[in-house]
Structure formats: structure tokens, C-alpha cells
Ligand binder design. Sequence first.
Ligand code: UDP
Length: 239
Amino acid sequence: MEKLEKLYEGKAKIVFRTSEEGTCWIEYKDDATAFNGEKKGKIAGKGTLNNEISSIFLSLLKEKGVKNHFIKRISSTEQLVRQVEIIPIEVVVRNITAGSLAKRLGWGEGKELPQVLVEFYYKNDELGDPFINNDHIAILGLCSESELGTIRSQALKINEIMKEFLLDKDLILVDFKLEFGKTQGGEIILADEISPDTCRFWDAHTKEKLDKDRFRRDLGNVEGAYQEILKRIGGSVGV
Ligand code: UDP
């Protein structure tokens, strides 16, 4: 298979077309952004770490019956995925208050929610990814009601699988963001990445932050935190 032209370049990844219809080639970058692109930087080794971390999570989910775009990791920073049309909704699942929810509810960080919370944000950089509900999604025509039902139930299933897997590794899954896409056949499947860029992971005992909040909040040792996540979930620490 050959890597062809660039289809899209995002903040953390580049997507290329390939000579095989329906398959894309993704390259993970070291670039990091936060606060809707206002804060920019590089995290040494992030591309390698997130490529492997995301491969492990997406393989786990596939094993547990959650269809997703991951095909295989082909180098330290690259993977092959199924081509999908990304639905422009960022699906955030939360178990514990942090970040924008801590501010929204005025509860501070670290409060366990009485039930799992699923939120939707409109994936639109110009608008700053605003918070939206089911009615906004219908009005904007982002997906159908039944597709949104599938997205919500998949998101909850992913949360259960990941929460249990991570707790066994002494990690708390605080919250995370998912993106879904539509295959050429019209099926909705999980896409994008699952990594410390898109999830909040806290050490179960010390509550130490082991995710992108270390970059967002200038806490230091960002690369070390990503390496720790990879080590705990059984990766080869960037090799
Ligand atoms: N998140 C993400 N991309 C975004 C916004 C949020 O991956 O553009 C993730 C973030 O890492 C966290 C969860 O979604 O795990 C909830 O983030 P929150 O709404 O609290 O926003 P933030 O604190 O990033 O402003």
C-alpha cells in the first residue's frame, strides 16, 4: 500500500489518502495545543506515545465489540485506519468533575458524579467548539436522532470498558472526548484517538494528573506522564 496525498492536517495528527480505497494513513505529531489553539507547544515524543497508547485502547475496544476505525500501527508514529466521514460532534463522557464541568457546576474538581454524564460539543474551531444539546444537533443536521442514540450508547459502553481496564492499572478515568465517523456503508463507528491528549487520567492513590492537564496548566513532566500511562497499560514505552 502506498501513502498518497495529505487529506487533512489537524492539531495533533495528519491524515493521508492511500492507494487502498477506504483506508487512511495517520501520522501522530508532537505538537500540542490547548484552549482552542491559544496555547501552542510541543511535547517531546508525544506522537510516538499517543500512537501506541491509542492503538492499545482502540484494539481493546475492538476486542470488546466496539467497532472503530483502527486497523494497525505501522510505525512508531503512524497507523492505518478505515476512512470515515467525521461527524462534527465532540462527545465528552465524564465520571468525575474536572475542567469546564467543574466551572459549569461550581463543584470544584474531583467530585464523583451521581451518574455518568454525556455532553456534546459542536466541533467547529471558528466557534470555539460550543456546548450543544440534541436539539442543536438536529437543527444543525449533524446526525440523525437514531445515529445520536447509537453514539450515546457506544460512548457509555466505551466508558465502562475503559474505566474497568484502567482501574485495574491504578488509574482513574475522570473524563474523555470521543469522535465518531460514518463509513461509506453508512455505519457509525468510533474514530479519532484515545490518549492523554483526549482523556483525563489520575493516579488512583495520589490523584496525580497523568494527562494533557500537565501541559494546559504548566505542571511539568508532561512526557513522563504520557510514558507512565503507556507503561501502565502494557505498552513498550515508545519503542
Ligand atoms: N477534550 C478534548 N478536546 C477538546 C476539549 C476537551 O480532547 O477540544 C477532552 C479533555 O481532555 C477532557 C474532556 O474532553 O478529557 C473534557 O474536557 P473539558 O470540557 O473539561 O475541557 P477543557 O478542560 O479541555 O477545557
